[in-house]
Design a protein around this ligand. Sequence first.
Ligand SMILES: Nc1ncnc2c1ncn2[C@@H]1O[C@H](COP(=O)(O)OP(=O)(O)OP(=O)(O)O)[C@@H](O)[C@H]1O
Length: 326
Amino acid sequence: MIELEGLTKHYGDVRAVDHLTFTVRPGIITGFLGPNGAGKSTTMRMMLDLDNPTSGTVRIDGRHYRELRDPLRAVGALLDAKAMHGGRSAYHHLLCLAQSNGIAPARVREVLDTVGLTSVAKKRTKGFSLGMGQRLGIAAALLGDPRILMFDEPVNGLDPEGIHWIRNLMKGLAAQGRTVFVSSHLMSEMALTADHLIVIGRGRLMADMSMSDFISENSRSYVRMRSPDAERLRDVLHGAGIDVAPGADGALEVTGEDAAHLGELAARHRIVLHELSPQQASLEEAFMRLTAGSVEYHAHENHQRSAAGAKAPAGAWGADWRKKGS
Ligand SMILES: Nc1ncnc2c1ncn2[C@@H]1O[C@H](COP(=O)(O)OP(=O)(O)OP(=O)(O)O)[C@@H](O)[C@H]1O
């Protein structure tokens, strides 16, 4: 397992990572989520000893990364898919890694096959697409057959078939009892992949819980009601002791009540309804609500912060981002 205790990293005045304490366990996929600039990559770099913490510790199976005898056999990581020698072929890139880490050359062919790059194994990597680079990076991570795998934004640049493939690959690795830690800023993708979530915002821990607990604790379900006689409907609901919140387009939003019960109540008072619809806030909305105060970059065309209850545009991250205040 991976254990972080009080992990902190400052870059000048920027607190990229701020006292992170959590444990990543084997046998499941742990999703590492946060808005752009939340500190995910910095945390992963420190886990792999590529960056020194300002304070705090990371332990991999009880040891510091530097103390691992065969690091590539203990931890495999995909951090930056472009971090390879462009003049080398995919095969030679992996062979160099294998030879410098005491891994049998035969393993190179195996991992090339696993990631579907056998037919381009002899091609120089500088001609590779982003998706092919991601696959090669994943092959490198798998090379030492490690018990712990870390992937930083692994679906970047992959087509739908590739995304499906990596999702199943990660599930298979977790099912074999390995520790799988995967970062993303795409909640919708995480919802399909992860069993457990670690959510950070501005370097701080915001959630450390199972996916199912995260959904039930952070996504709001309510009933949306619209009526040409909204005033009277509100009065009737209030009269029945039901709390009502104003929604978009003059709708009323009722939390904690059954839609059928609300419909019957309206019918008893002969109030016409144009809409009576149960709503479940998506996980993406729940995530945006949770991290609303910690988002460092906002879409230029949408100056509104995604405050609680506000309808943030789904998938807005990755749109036209500008640093807050610009
Ligand atoms: N080498 C560095 N020097 C100075 N500041 C840095 C450096 N690396 C990261 N930062 C800052 O630290 C913060 C966290 O960055 P980091 O890349 O870890 O976030 P992230 O969650 O991985 O973001 P993204 O999803 O956009 O990749 C940001 O404010 C970033 O600007």
